[in-house]
Design a protein around this ligand. Structure first.
Ligand code: ADP
Ligand code: ADP
Length: 226
């Protein structure tokens, strides 16, 4: 089964900037996939479209067989998104932020509380559950967004530059965590501009530059050509 299938995806922003020039992309279920490219290449635009935060100009997007145009509600249930910017309410507590996510996905309140405890423990945030999010360090906020994204137990986790601004020690523990949940069956797509991050974690990779996919291969094959 394909976790993601994109065909001919184009995006022109208001003002005329062509951010995506017709990209094709396939990610298999269970994969750990990197979308690698320099700043401005179109990575955030791509994942913004997949998670329906950005409107596409043309092309098709399928997630686990659900079409973005005609099956949006089902498609959204498949996806957990960890955006680049901290987009939670800084005055809510850690636990509130995670549990409140249940409302978007129809997860019953009691189940949401159980899952919040499970994921906050896994991400070493349980001790901070009653702290307002604004009191957390940057790395903790990043992990909070991962816990929030997992609450409805999506099949596909998408992370936009998950370790940007995260120090090396914490980066390694985040990598370990992502590897663990990938082994448990969650398909992961991350964007990065570090080849090292893609190399360490991912099996397959697409390289995007100026709105075009210039390479789409396995990490092994890519490294063999360098
Ligand atoms: P990346 O995530 O690879 O850094 P983005 O997808 O954020 O790239 O951006 C791709 C291009 O689209 C960039 O040139 C960027 O300036 C432009 N862009 C992104 N968002 C907008 C927007 N809301 N309006 C206009 N242009 C945008
Ligand atoms: P506020 O305006 O109250 O500070 P936001 O409007 O940014 O907060 O977000 C309110 C809640 O909506 C967040 O706590 C979060 O749970 C949810 N939310 C915001 N953006 C997203 C997103 N991209 N994906 C899923 N949930 C989101």
């Amino acid at each position: 089964m394909k976790a993601l299938s994109i065909r001919g995806l184009k995006k022109t922003y208001k003002g005329g900037h062509e951010a995506l020039k017709g990209i094709d992309l396939d990610v298999e279920e269970g994969d750990f996939f990197a979308l690698l490219g320099p700043n401005g290449a179109g990575k955030s635009t791509t994942i913004g479209i997949i998670s329906s935060l950005v409107n596409k100009s043309s092309g098709t997007v399928n997630v686990f067989g659900y079409d973005l145009d005609t099956q949006l509600v089902d498609l959204k249930r498949q996806i957990g998104l960890v955006p680049q910017e901290f987009n939670f309410n800084q005055f809510e507590t850690v636990q509130q932020i995670v549990v409140n996510q249940a409302g978007y996905y129809g997860v019953p309140r009691e189940l949401a509380k159980q899952r919040a405890e499970k994921y906050l423990k896994q991400l070493s945030l349980w001790d901070k559950r009653d702290s307002p999010a604004r009191m957390l360090s940057g790395g903790m906020k990043r992990r909070l967004m991962i816990a929030r994204a997992l609450l409805h137990e999506p099949k596909l986790l998408i992370l936009d530059e998950p370790t940007a601004g995260v120090d090396i020690e914490l980066r390694r523990s985040m990598w370990d965590y992502l590897e663990t949940i990938n082994k448990q069956g969650i398909t992961i797509i991350l964007t990065t501009h570090y080849l090292e991050e893609a190399e360490t974690l991912c099996r397959n990779i697409a390289i995007i530059d100026q709105g075009t996919i210039i390479e789409n291969t396995s990490i092994k094959r890519l490294l063999a050509t360098l």
